[in-house]
Design a binder for this molecule. Structure first.
Ligand code: SAM
Length: 269
């Protein structure tokens, strides 16, 4: 059963913790609401929280919480972010770009770039910085569909909509036939969860529940193949902030999490 309701996007609604953190700083915690997997759909539809999307093979969410460093979104691109630009090809579209640090990094490196985000606050912040960012759902009709060199899904954005297969398919349709989709994965190699989540700021203010997913490199490779995408490259960069080092692809997930290592996969058609 699918109900129609107000769109429920990452961090939106409730006491607006995401937009407050963008403006005032501070980390967010993301956690599952209840203990159910979901049927994912476009925001605006409330998925039946008891059924996985057809073929999604998503497990029920655990009670684990994830810390999301919103201060990193409003900072300059760090070493890991710059590694993504180095691995990218041609023009860059950042899906769920927030205030636009990756758009800025791409432009500074000489690329044509555009950011897409639904958050009015994130888009306003990007505009104050003079960055080309449009306020859209990534499923809306977007400029230059099928012509982008690289589409980015970073900072956990493979979780958008709670349906990684549909999201990868959407990203694939945005890039040209030689284009890349670059995804930042969860630290856990085999992690695969689609669930209703909420975020909370440091004062305990929470969002409305929204569909989300967390996908490690293993399941990502399988799901990507299902929509006609192959792994072109995979790399990890250690630690947030300046001076992160590119690390081997086989680091243990626990070590990776402890070290704040970020893992990226570049997919091609
Ligand atoms: C985890 S945050 C990542 C922020 C970001 N990558 C950055 O550099 O600041 C997820 C972002 O995706 C945006 N978002 C969520 N669902 C979206 C959708 N369906 N279409 C466009 N943006 C979306 C949110 O507003 C938020 O800015």
């Amino acid at each position: 059963m699918t109900l129609t309701a107000q769109p429920t996007y990452f961090g939106h609604g409730g006491a607006h913790p995401y937009e407050r953190s963008l403006l005032g700083g501070g980390a967010l915690t993301l956690r599952a609401v209840g203990d159910t997997s979901i049927t994912a759909g476009r925001a605006g539809e409330i998925p039946d929280p008891t059924v996985c999307a057809p073929g999604a093979a998503c497990s029920a969410a655990s009670a684990a919480t994830t810390i999301m460093d919103v201060d990193r979104y409003t900072a300059e691109a760090d070493a890991a972010d710059l590694s993504v630009i180095e691995h990218s090809a041609g023009s860059v579209i950042d899906l769920g770009c927030g205030p636009g640090r990756m758009v800025r990094a791409a432009i500074v490196s000489g690329r044509f770039a555009l950011g897409i985000d639904v958050s009015a606050t994130a888009v306003a912040m990007a505009h104050v910085s003079g960055l080309p960012v449009l306020r859209h759902d990534i499923n809306d009709a977007l400029p230059l569909e099928g012509k982008w060199g690289t589409a980015l899904l970073l900072d956990g954005n493979i979780g958008i909509g709670g349906d990684p297969r549909a999201l990868l398919n959407r990203a694939r349709l945005l890039v040209n036939p030689q284009g890349l989709v670059i995804v930042e994965t969860s630290a856990g190699e085999g992690e695969e969860r689609c669930f209703l989540a909420e975020v909370r700021d440091r004062c305990g203010r929470s969002s409305e529940p929204f569909p989300w997913a967390q996908i490690g490199a293993g399941p990502l490779t399988r799901i990507a193949a299902e929509v006609g995408l192959q792994v072109e490259a995979r790399w990890s960069v250690g630690g947030y902030g300046e001076g992160g080092n590119e690390a081997g692809a086989d680091a243990e997930a626990a070590d990776v999490e402890a070290a704040g290592v970020r893992t990226f996969v570049a997919l091609s058609a």
